[in-house]
Ligand binder design. Structure first.
Ligand code: ATP
Ligand code: MG
Length: 394
């Protein structure tokens, strides 16, 4: 069966009242963006609460479905046959043809469900269900009607045009990117932060990313891995500007001046401060991390509180209550897992103490930071002016 059109159903954005058109337009924009690299040319249109994608001539069906499955805001993708001719006898023929081509094995149960959006249409939906069902049964006596649990549910919609479809492919859900502001993802080379970015982008948030790089302690390969991860997340979230911060001097300086068991917490406080400054400059109003309670010493409730203390922006931690395996499951689903587990060193692991504090005392942390004097401000300033920006477009 060669489909030329797809009906795109959306769920949550349908509830947005007066802003609904904004959500629809954002969804259409994201659909066009997702399809730009797919072979073929496509027209994306909307018609009262519906979005249609129509292929103009030859196109790659599998790639189209793959691309649409990554567009947040799509609840269902329904490949369909669409036509203008509303003549009732011709409609019956088309329905029979559809069933014939779609289901070579006629040993099945089915049900026809008609919706008549065009109220002028002379036959009501009940009658259409019966007539169309009868036409199918007449053509294929092996088929049976089952109104309760049919194996094929054929939907017939009479609107401006007529739509026939029986296949529903689930989309990713969520809301179209760009409808919910902008936030800055702290992206490391691990498993958790790409998942965190994906989850927040899924709620319609446009994301940028920041990576703290510590050459020569962390290699170019480690940096490339983060770029690769940003590109993988960008396949869902749209283009991501990755800000690469050279963190080496700050890390060395803290290492030199502070108790080593506090190093991770102090470093993380500086990461948050820097991420926040870049976020403000680039229009983000929140930070995103892949932290999960208790996963490591720096993620106990006390450590999280000590890190969070330096933030004036909200910090979104979408995997905070997830077990590691639950995070892994999402990363496998979205295709970041294989890259995340590549064994390149992470800037936090180079300097980690054997026994990091797990219950940092905030007064002690403040006192350690006082030992860092003005020099740290100069180092932060240098890190900020030497940020490298990499555009990751998936
Ligand atoms: P991940 O799997 O995301 O690397 P993790 O389990 O390794 O997380 P940590 O290393 O403690 O945990 O990092 C916690 C969070 O801090 C990360 O999820 C990420 O958001 C941020 N982060 C850690 N290291 C970096 C880094 N080098 N650059 C940017 N963000 C970082
Ligand atoms: Mg990490």
């Amino acid at each position: 069966m060669q489909y030329q059109s797809f009906l795109i159903k959306y769920a949550e954005i349908g509830t947005k009242g007066k802003n609904r058109y904004m959500f629809e337009d954002a969804l259409m924009k994201q659909i066009r963006y997702a399809l730009k690299d797919v072979e073929g040319s496509f027209e994306v249109t909307k018609e009262s609460g519906r979005i249609y994608v129509k292929a103009d001539g030859a196109y790659d069906y599998d790639d189209t479905i793959e691309a649409l499955k990554r567009v947040f805001g799509i609840a269902d993708i329904c490949p369909m046959v669409q036509f203008d001719d509303k003549d009732y006898e011709n409609l019956k023929k088309r329905v029979v043809e559809y069933m014939d081509q779609m289901y070579p094995d006629k040993n099945l149960t089915f049900k026809v469900v008609t919706r008549r959006g065009d109220k002028q249409y002379p036959v009501n939906s009940e009658q259409m269900n019966r007539d169309l069902g009868e036409a199918v049964l007449e053509a294929f006596p092996q088929m049976k009607v089952d109104v309760h649990n049919p194996s094929v549910l054929l939907r017939v919609e009479v609107r401006q045009k007529v739509n026939l479809f029986s296949v529903i492919i689930p989309g990713p859900g969520g809301m179209p990117v760009g409808t919910n502001g902008r936030a800055m993802l702290l992206l490391s080379g691990g498993i958790d932060s790409p998942v965190a970015g994906y989850m927040i982008a899924k709620r319609g948030v446009k994301i940028d990313a920041v990576y703290f790089h510590a050459p020569p302690y962390t290699s170019d390969r480690a940096k490339q891995k983060v770029v690769d991860l940003a590109n993988l997340v960008a396949r869902y979230a749209g283009p991501i500007t990755l800000h690469v911060v050279n963190f080496t001097d700050i890390q060395l300086y803290i290492y030199d001046k502070c108790p080593h068991e506090e190093l991770t917490i102090l470093m993380r406080r500086y990461m948050m401060r820097i991420a926040q400054t870049i976020a403000k400059r680039t229009g983000s109003i929140g930070l995103i991390t892949g932290e999960s309670i208790g996963q490591v010493a720096s993620q106990t409730l006390q450590s999280l509180a000590a890190t969070n203390e330096v933030c004036t922006m909200p910090v979104f931690r979408p995997v905070i209550g997830f077990d590691k395996q639950e995070i892994v499951d999402v990363s496998e689903k979205i295709g970041t897992y294989e890259t995340s587990i590549l064994p390149y060193e992470d800037c936090c692991t180079i300097f980690v103490a054997k026994h990091p504090v797990t219950k940092p005392n905030i007064n002690v942390i403040h006192s350690s930071e006082r030992h860092l004097s003005e020099k740290i401000d100069a180092l932060v300033e240098t890190a900020l002016v030497t940020v490298e920006e990499i555009l990751c477009q998936g």
